[in-house]
Design a protein around this ligand. Structure first.
Ligand SMILES: [Mg+2]
Length: 370
């Protein structure tokens, strides 16, 4: 079997509501993605998603996928995954966006392999440890009253934990966290600062203040991504556990964060790790070090979320709800059927491959020139 064609589509997915967060200057109204469709000479097909939520960046990655990676892979064996990944790694040579492209192509190749062998991707990842992936729900930054209402709606819909962005003026954070805590009672809140606090004392003060307002599950990425020494100091203050997100993308990052003793919990993304198998390797490293992980999200569409679902049921340990509810953020998904999200759980399909199919009407509606 040989790879015959690789199609790359740039798409723009309108958001159900604008994204506001401390680290985003202007509200994000739509997110860009790339879709990779690999077809082998025997007609076997695989789908992958370049998951990019920030405006503008997605276009350039589609161009690189089409002009740099596709020509290097066409004619090669789609089932020889390590060879294909090495080709991609050599071509991208450590480029910053490399993990997103690598993840997209790996998704498509594993989808294709699953369809060829007649197995769901979670079987290719080692088999199923659980039925589904428990989910947390994310609350956008808006007025405290609106955030409290969104939090109540999330819990009523079956989500098992709540995540809020913090890192605005401390008074605004206190009002938001206090309102949500009052609305949902005992539910522990995940507070994500997205690197907003600049120094250990500033973070320390904010964390102590916010921890007095709510039951805090953990503080996510309180400091800049390179400030592992600062994260370690915050851990030692033990206000609440510290989660690494921006500090931790690759397996090498996970090693560095662990050696620096900079985090209690890892937030692992398929697209940032460079694919499902790379993310599984981070889970395995963390497992040996007794560091729990969740699967995080760039608010992927259906293909990327299906990949998270297959990974999430295949990893050995998944002690906390994950944040892979991306399709719920968009007016429309690109796939039908897509991954099943129900009562706060994400389930992988039992069909061969990732178990999702492109909705060609949706693709035509959302496709943009790149
Ligand atoms: Mg985060």
């Amino acid at each position: 079997m040989k790879i015959a064609t690789i199609d790359v589509y740039a798409v723009r997915a309108p958001r159900k509501e604008p994204v506001r967060a401390g680290n985003i200057g202007t509200p994000v109204l739509a997110s860009e993605f790339g879709v990779i469709r690999i077809e082998a000479d025997n007609g076997c097909v695989g789908l992958g998603e370049i998951s990019i939520t920030s405006p503008r960046i997605g276009f350039s990655l589609c161009h690189a996928a089409r002009t740099l990676l596709a020509p290097a892979l066409i004619g090669s064996d789609p089932l020889a995954l390590p060879v294909a990944l090495r080709t991609i790694d050599v071509k991208l040579a450590g480029e910053l966006s490399a993990p997103y492209l690598r993840a997209a192509f790996e998704m498509a190749l594993l989808d294709l392999a699953g369809r060829f062998y007649g197995l769901p991707v979670y079987q290719l990842l080692g088999g199923r440890a659980r039925e589904g992936v428990p989910l947390a729900w994310g609350i956008y930054q808006k007025s405290p009253e609106e955030m409290a209402a969104d939090a109540q709606a999330g819990i009523a819909a079956g989500f098992q934990a709540l995540k809020l962005k913090v890192g605005r003026r401390l008074a605004d954070d206190v009002a938001a966290v206090g309102a949500v805590a009052a609305a949902v009672g005992d539910v522990p809140l995940r507070l994500d600062a997205n690197m907003a606090w600049r120094t250990v004392p500033e973070a320390s003060r904010a964390m102590a203040t916010l921890a007095a307002e709510a039951r805090v599950a953990w503080f996510e990425q309180p400091l800049g991504r390179a400030n592992l020494a600062g994260m370690r100091l915050l851990r030692q203050q033990a206000v609440a556990p510290i989660m690494a997100d921006e500090s931790l993308q690759s397996l090498r990052d996970a090693y560095d964060v662990a050696v620096a003793e900079a985090a209690d919990i890892f937030n692992v993304y398929v697209c940032e790790a460079g694919g499902m198998t790379a993310a599984a390797q981070i889970f395995a490293l963390a497992h040996t070090l007794d560091i729990p992980c969740i699967i995080g999200s760039q608010a992927e569409l259906g293909i990327g979320t299906a990949a998270a679902a297959h990974l999430g049921v295949a990893v050995a340990d998944l002690p906390y709800p994950c944040e892979t509810f991306g399709p719920l953020r968009y007016a429309r998904d690109l796939v039908a059927p897509g991954p099943r999200i129900e009562a706060g759980m994400l389930y992988p399909s039992d069909r061969p491959g990732l178990g999702v199919e492109l909705d060609m009407d949706a693709l035509r509606e959302m496709e943009v020139a790149d």
